[in-house]
Design a protein around this ligand. Structure first.
Ligand code: SER
Ligand code: ZN
Length: 501
């Protein structure tokens, strides 16, 4: 793809310089570029008193602004030494990048810091911010990438996601076809939570929920040798900058603010207003809390990787098998909420594995065996497995993930179960109640985690306890009498609960 950078700038000198001197400098500089086979040069120039005006044109090898900064340094050295002329500052008068797209945009495209003129597949990007600091930070390249990405995304919007069946269980006759959340609400086992998409589990529901947790630990994690860790569920943005969640999911994060200070004096007016009005003084609150620099856990694995950042894991610890069941996840779901299966706050056990590629491939086989044991022999549910668009691409906002992703060694397997209350098994949408991924070196690289030697991979397999509960109850009902033997070993009788008048 052809790319052209065209920049015009004024270099302010401390004293006037003669045309001959400048001419020599520019000739030498251009000659050097040619010698190094850089497709860039100072095309035009003139000098008026203290002002040296230059125009730089470059191709893809080096950026015009990079050439400008480079030239400024050389000029400053040479003029200073020989003529005692200093270089005061540079003003960029005009900076334009032209490049071409693979496909014409379907809708208008905009980008911060520049005006875009798009004619068919040809883009002119005229930079609005041309301060030296801006140029130095090399935003220009990322802006070009972002424009290309935005146009590509327009083509993927609404495209079907990748899905390929791997395995399915035999058909199982469900004991009912009711929505378990509705039924639990009617029986008073469950109460809508105090804020959107949250639930309060009364003893009966809590007992089922904890049975799910025990099954996951006893039947999957312990037999495979996973060790428990405990992580924080407040995640600073630095972590999500590395994983891509901040650009991928900004609209789903529950943001966390810290108070600006603990000093009671600073909170005095806030307290007064609360006491007098019995309302939350929001305007005052804005003054006393900081802008968020963190959010509530979205997935547990990023913090686990962060905890090992920059470290080398000893061979004897590989494959490293750990899990967190402490951090609670928050996802702002807006329209999609439903029952206990689609919520803004959920509890997940997240096993994470880091090891050699062959160790992880072996582990995946064992994990699938254990999952099959739980879902076939303990839950006795109807379910299936499919290769899907890897979650780490989705969560990093990669909407350009069509049918060409997934399946194979690296990728995500979703576990889906039939929810009879949604309709018949053929035509209704099944619920993803479990996933399993091998991510290659994506996160170990992002957090610079190393092995003593050779390649290191990682992966995770989130066990969503609400989801486990939702699929089990949707097929097996709320009556322990109807539950399979294997499950009743974990929970045979429900607690009495709370009698409410
Ligand atoms: N990190 C995964 C997810 O968010 C869970 O394993 O789906
Ligand atoms: Zn994960």
């Amino acid at each position: 793809m052809g790319m052209k950078f065209h920049l015009s700038a004024t270099i302010k000198l401390s004293k006037p310089a003669s045309k001959e001197v400048i001419s020599k400098e520019i000739e030498n500089f251009n000659a050097q570029l040619t010698e190094k086979q850089v497709d860039a040069r100072i095309e035009k120039w003139d000098v008026l008193e203290n002002n040296l005006n230059i125009e730089i044109v470059s191709g893809t090898k080096r950026r015009a602004h990079d050439i400008l900064l480079n030239f400024r340094n050389i000029l400053s050295k040479n003029l200073g030494k020989k003529y005692k002329i200093g270089v005061r500052k540079i003003d960029v008068n005009f900076y334009e990048v032209t490049f071409s797209l693979e496909k014409e945009p379907l809708q208008p495209v905009t980008i911060p810091f520049a005006d875009l003129e798009i004619d068919g597949k040809n883009v002119r990007m005229i930079l609005k911010d041309t301060s030296e600091e801006f140029l130095r930070k090399n935003y220009v390249d990322r802006m070009i990438k972002r424009v290309i990405e935005k146009v590509e995304n327009q083509y993927y919007e609404g495209k079907k996601e990748f899905w390929k069946l791997i395995w399915k269980s035999e058909e199982k006759e469900p004991v009912w076809n009711k929505d378990p959340t509705e039924e639990m609400l009617k029986r008073g086992w469950l109460v809508q939570g105090p804020t959107k998409g949250k639930w309060f589990y009364r003893p009966q529901a809590a007992a089922i929920f904890r049975a799910m947790e025990r099954i996951a630990i006893e039947e999957i994690l312990k037999p495979l040798g996973f060790q428990e860790v405990i992580e924080s569920h407040i995640v600073p943005f630095e972590i999500w900058l590395r994983t891509g969640h901040l650009e991928g999911m900004p609209g789903e994060i529950y943001y966390v603010c810290e108070p600006k200070t603990r000093d009671v004096k600073e909170w005095e007016r806030f307290i007064d207003l609360v006491k007098i009005t019995r309302e939350v003084p929001e305007e005052e609150l804005k003054k006393t809390v900081s802008v968020p620099r963190a959010g509530i856990c979205y997935a547990q694995c990023p913090v686990i990787y962060w905890s090992l950042r920059g470290r080398t894991i000893a061979d004897e610890s590989l494959p490293l098998l750990i899990f967190d069941r402490t951090a609670i996840s928050g996802r702002y779901e807006s329209g999609g909420r439903h029952g206990i299966e689609r919520v803004d706050e959920f509890h997940r056990i997240e096993p994470v594995y880091i090891g050699k590629p062959e160790q992880l491939i072996e582990l995946r086989k064992k994990l699938i065996e254990r999952y099959k044991h739980v879902f076939n022999d303990i839950f006795e549910i109807e379910w299936r497995m499919a290769w899907v668009t890897p979650w780490y691409l989705q969560q990093a906002g990669k909407t350009d993930v069509g049918e060409h992703y997934g399946e194979g060694v690296i990728g995500t397997i979703d576990f889906e179960a039939w929810l009879p209350y949604r309709g018949d098994r053929k035509n209704s949408k099944w619920l993803e109640f479990q996933n399993l991924s091998i991510l290659g070196d994506k996160y170990v690289k992002a957090f610079n985690i190393k092995a003593q030697k050779g390649e290191l991979w990682s992966g995770c397999t989130g066990i969503g306890l609400e989801r486990w509960m939702a699929v089990f109850l949707a097929q097996k009902g709320l009556d322990p009498e109807n539950w399979p033997e294997g499950f009743r070993k974990y929970l045979d009788k429900l607690p009495e609960g709370i009698k409410i008048l």
